[in-house]
Design a protein around this ligand. Structure first.
Ligand code: CTP
Length: 151
């Protein structure tokens, strides 16, 4: 069944398309969208896709997500396309890509890293050191992390 038969087009907001089948809920969790924000969100799971066989789609009405916000989902949805919708038209389309730097979102896995010390208010920071597959290094202790380890 086509996605159009399941959910209609949105007027303004963001459509995350070409999510690997079955990962839409994980994408929402990573984006921190729980439903409690009051945003209208539509989820389409396991619909036909020419490129992927099957895919998931997330439609968020009334909020334009920035590349910085969505690039983090590249760990679970590297194939995702982000469409910004205004007045029912796609005005921007971009593919997710691993972020060059991630600040403040995730904890370093090294228990002795200064960012994990109880009285050190240091913001965890990770730099991208390899793009394919994405690998990050902690700016403080040098521990390497795959994006999947951080999530
Ligand atoms: N979409 C939507 N509401 C709109 C416009 C588009 O929900 N007002 C959705 C479409 O249903 C589709 C995605 O946004 O899932 C991208 O739309 P579009 O670029 O028109 O589709 P395609 O050309 O098929 O996209 P692509 O080339 O990225 O596969």
């Amino acid at each position: 069944m086509s996605e159009e038969l399941l959910v209609s087009k949105i007027e303004n907001g963001t459509v995350i398309d070409h999510i690997p089948a079955g990962r839409a809920l994980t994408v929402l969790r990573i984006l921190g969208i729980s439903g409690k924000e009051g945003l209208r969100v539509a989820l389409v799971m396991n619909v036909e896709s020419k490129k992927l066989g099957k895919k998931d789609i997330v439609k968020i009405e009334g909020r334009e997500l920035t590349p910085e916000e969505v690039n983090i989902i590249s760990a679970v949805a590297p194939t995702a396309t982000i469409n910004i919708i205004r007045n029912f038209a796609v005005v921007k389309k971009f593919k997710v890509t691993p972020p060059d730097v991630i600040r403040g979102r995730f904890k370093c896995k090294n228990p002795t890293c200064v960012t994990n010390a109880p009285r050190e208010p240091v913001e965890p920071t990770f730099y991208l050191v390899r793009r394919e597959p994405p690998l990050f290094i902690c700016a403080y202790c040098g521990r390497y992390h795959e994006l999947g380890d951080l999530l």
